[in-house]
Structures are given as C-alpha cells and as structure tokens.
Write a protein of this length. Sequence first.
Length: 411
Amino acid sequence: MPKNWAGNVVFSAEHLETPTSLEWLRDVVAGTARLHVLGAGHSFSRIADTTGTLVSLRDLPDVFDVDTEAGTVRVGAGMRLAELASRLHGRGLALHNMPSLPHITIAGTIATATHGSGDTNGPLASAVRSIDLVTADGSLLTLTEGDERLEGAVVSFGALGIVTAVELAVVPAFEVEQRVHEGLDWSVLFDHSAELFAQAYSVSVFTDWQDSCSAWVKRRVDDPAPDLSWAGTHEADGPRHPIPGISAEHCTPQLGEVGAWHERLPHFRPEFTPSVGAELQSEYMVPRSHASEALRALRELGPLIGPVLQTAEIRTVAPDQYWLSFAHGRPSLAFHFTWVPDTAAVRPVLARIEAALAPWSVRPHWGKLFEAGPDVLAPRYERWADFASLRDGLDPDGKFRNEAVDRLFPR
Ligand SMILES: Cc1cc2nc3c(=O)[nH]c(=O)nc-3n(C[C@H](O)[C@H](O)[C@H](O)COP(=O)(O)OP(=O)(O)OC[C@H]3O[C@@H](n4cnc5c(N)ncnc54)[C@H](O)[C@@H]3O)c2cc1C
C-alpha cells in the first residue's frame, strides 16, 4: 500500500481501486463494506486512510465546465489545484485564493478546509456552490446552496461519501506581486497584527518563534502598494524559501516581479517538491479577536517549539459557514508549524501548544497533526452534533468510518 506524501502514514488499506467511470465508482461504493477516498495524499493525519478499500479518482473522466454567466466552474473532484488554476487562467478566470502548494486535489482541498492567507479570503471551500456525492449505497446526491446539508458536507474529510464533482465560484483573473519583508519585530506582531495583515491581499508571517520574523506580502496589482515603513522591516535582497538556508528555486517568484495569481499566491511551484519533504505539519486556528494574547502565548513557548521546528507561518482567514471548518463563524488567525519528521518528539509539543491556545477555543487543521479528542473539540464547533447526525444518516453502517473519523465521532 502507498504512503502519504510525508511518509508518516502507511495506508492500512487492503486494496487500491482506481475506477475509470462514475458507474464503476458507484458499484465499488455499493459493493464494499469499508472504504475511504484518497486525494493527493498530502495530509499528515490518518484522515484519508481505511482498513478496507482506498479509492482514488485519478482515472475518472475529466470534468471542466465553465459557466461564465453564473461565474462558476464545475470540475472533477480529483483534479489537482495546479491543473484547475492553469485552465481557469487560460479562460481569464481565477480562484479567490490558493494554499501554499498547488499539488493537491480539489476535493482534498475542500474536505479539510485547506486555506491560504488574506483578511477577506475564506478557505478554498468557501468558493463551493454545489457538490456531487456518491453516498454509502452507491447513489448520487447533489447538494446545492440552500440545502443545509451542503454546509455539513463540504468540509467532511470523506466521512459522508465520495465527492465526484464540485461547482466553484470563480473571479476574473488578476495579477499579483510578492515581496518578502525581513526584520519584523515581535512588538509589531503583538500590537499591530491587524494593520500588518491588512497590508495586502495575502500576507503570511514566517517565524521560528524565537528570533527571526518576516512578512511575505502578496499584493494584487490593482490594489494600492503596501507601506511597511512603520513596521521597521527591510525588503529581502534576494528570493527566500520559508525554511531559512534552503534554495528558493522551489518557490514562486518574489522581489516584486508581477505575475499571474496562481503563480504568486502559492509559495511553492507545482513542478517542484513543496516545502522540504522530510517534515510533519500542524496548524491551529484561533479567533482574530484574540490574536494578541495567542501570539504572546506561543512566543512564550518559543524555546520548547524551536528544537523540533523547521519553520512556522501565521496567516489570516475569513469566516465560512461549514459546520466542521475551523473558520466556521469566525475570522481566524492560523498558526502553522512545519516540524522535523519525528512524531515522538513533536507530539508533546503539540499538547503544550493546544493547552496554551485552549482559552481561545483553538481548532486544528484536520489534515495535519493534533492531539485533542472529541471531548475537547466538540464544544468548539456549534454544529458538531448536527454533523454527527448527518453522518449517521448518510452512512448508517459506517462504511466511510476510519481511524480518524472514529476518533472524532466515536460510535
Ligand atoms: C507541503 C505541504 C503544504 C501544505 N500547505 C497547506 C496550506 O497552505 N494550507 C492548508 O490549509 N493546508 C496545507 N497543507 C495541507 C493539505 O492542503 C491538506 O492536507 C489537503 O487536504 C491535502 O489534499 P489532498 O488532495 O492531498 O488530500 P488527501 O490528503 O489525500 O485527503 C485529505 C482528506 O480529503 C478527503 N478526500 C479526498 N478526496 C475526496 C473526495 N473526492 N471526496 C471526499 N473526500 C475526499 C480524504 O478522504 C481525506 O479525508 C499542506 C500540505 C503539504 C504536504
């Protein structure tokens, strides 16, 4: 059986199925007692795993239908973001935002509320207008806006069924320039994070939680130029990689070189390995109203975090309406960590971070590593019980249950 991208999860499935038609996929689902769907395998948790049959959509027929009047695209769920972005750009269209890497699938992206940065940018899932879902008995269910079940089903990590196609809102294509500003002082982050993140369409702060802090500023060229003179930073004198000391060859162009949205908003270029490869990741989100306290709490953990950290990123995310999304009902500050590939060394640090951020109802990224269980997490999601009911109704025999689903929603 294959491993995930990071190599920390060896899938426990007995069998990998790669149907080439929707009918075949529906037969597989109807006739299999336990299964789960795999995207591009870029999650760090066991969220895509199963002890039964793993299903990949990579061989399903292509779906790419633009509706210019509605401002939407209907796309095959297994398509990679890079492919979708380049096809949309060819039609003069864009997604509202991109995560740091374009290597992942559309369905994998929305199923875990994968996100980029930007005060006005929700997770990629917030562009969803409808989904086509193959449910446990093999039937096809289309959920559209206005059907409350859509809000439960978009961020559902394969626990409700297999999404085969997604309708996404698109926007006119736009151009972006990216600059790295170094020498960011902690006092600026503690006291003026709102002003800092408001500087441009997408702003990320990279830090080691100890000494170094830089702001990666991605400006739409139709927006005013940012002014960071008040923040005491200086512009980097060459291209940078988020992990200090690594060549920036794998990164999208910086130094203010203007380019297409999909070639600037992700940090990493599709033709190269994103990040470092030998790593683990976690990410935790708190309401922006508690940004300053949460930043200070994590900074205090800097000496604990430092020895197992490769780099950390801080981003902003606009709220969405999805029941299990970290962004449900709240503008979020997202704390991402790229760890050394040593689970045993990282786990105690996760527990400390989760305890430090607990006063602000911290929510984890479902595709990354976290420690909390349902007793801690359920009260932090208003619609947790509704999701459990929706899951039980659509999958009464627990076909799509796996270790991760059982952990969050015990029988
Ligand atoms: C280097 C690197 C950088 C990253 N950067 C970011 C980032 O910037 N922002 C961020 O938020 N995350 C980031 N991530 C995490 C990553 O985006 C998520 O884990 C994402 O879910 C991975 O997508 P995937 O296609 O690989 O899905 P997988 O990891 O294969 O699956 C993820 C979940 O989606 C479900 N799923 C997949 N396909 C379907 C389907 N057709 N129907 C129903 N469910 C489905 C799976 O069952 C599983 O539960 C990063 C990961 C890596 C490795």
